[in-house]
Design a binder for this molecule. Structure first.
Ligand SMILES: Nc1ncnc2c1ncn2[C@@H]1O[C@H](COP(=O)(O)OP(=O)(O)OP(=O)(O)O)[C@@H](O)[C@H]1O
Ligand SMILES: [Mg+2]
Length: 223
């Protein structure tokens, strides 16, 4: 087991009203899982992903890592997030002033890898994702699908136990979208990379080994 969230509650307070978003959502992620989460806009998918990614703390409920209950605000959680999690978001925010290679090298340099180690790893990953001819391009010189693949490479740079992705193909046309889904499937099958992916794309969700729908604040397995 990599990560387990049990009975998660989360609400947001607006000026005078409280929006209860998550009302007892639970999810267990095991090594090798490719989990997709679907659900209507505004149902709380991103909220759940932030909580799973230890980027936000739940109001109630438990998060377990490797069998130990942890507090999202603790140092342990902070370390786990940096070392063991990778993130891919819809508006992926590659750094515009850095090339594809430099974007992927950045998380490695932050964790203290040497320049040459980071470069080697970045080049390997970009090559695996079919971008070896694009290493020195800046994000605005890449197609949407290529940019998403660079984001995926960046998320994989530290060899995370789990990649969390929020609509990784949300702003792509069908051709680029299936290109990115193909990469995700290969990473899962060939390298046993684990993923939790929020997506509206039901066809893509068909590639997952588990599919959950978030509705009324809880996750129900639908496939
Ligand atoms: N910081 C916040 N303050 C107040 N309300 C928020 C905040 N973040 C999210 N919400 C509300 O919580 C609900 C869930 O938001 P969330 O972003 O998790 O939905 P989602 O399922 O990811 O939607 P989408 O598919 O459109 O991305 C929405 O009603 C949203 O308006
Ligand atoms: Mg969202």
């Amino acid at each position: 087991m990599i990560l387990k969230a049990s009975n998660i509650y989360k609400s947001y307070k607006d000026s005078d009203q409280v929006i209860e978003v998550l009302k007892g959502a639970s999810l267990e992620v095991n090594s090798g899982d490719l989990i997709c989460i679907t659900g209507k806009s505004g149902c709380g998918k991103s909220t759940m992903l932030y909580i799973l990614g230890l980027l936000d703390a739940p109001d109630a409920g438990e998060l377990e890592i490797a069998g130990k209950i942890i507090d999202s605000r603790s140092n342990h959680a902070h370390e786990f997030r940096n070392r063991d999690l990778g993130f891919v978001f819809q508006f992926h925010y590659l750094i515009e002033d850095l090339t594809a290679r430099d974007n992927v090298m950045l998380p490695l340099l932050i964790l203290g890898k040497s320049e040459s180690q980071a470069k080697k790893r970045a080049d390997e990953l970009l090559d695996y994702l079919g971008l070896s001819h694009r290493l020195n391009r800046f994000p605005n010189q890449l197609s949407g699908g290529e940019q998403q693949r660079v984001s995926l490479a960046r998320a994989l740079a530290n060899d995370p136990k789990l990649v969390l992705a929020d609509e990784p193909t949300g702003n792509l046309d069908p051709a680029h979208s299936s290109e990115v889904w193909g990469m995700i499937r290969n990473l899962n099958k060939e390298l046993n990379q684990s993923f939790v992916i929020v997506t509206h794309d039901h066809e893509a969700a068909g590639q997952a080994n588990k599919v959950f729908e978030l509705s009324e604040g809880v996750l129900r397995q639908t496939g």
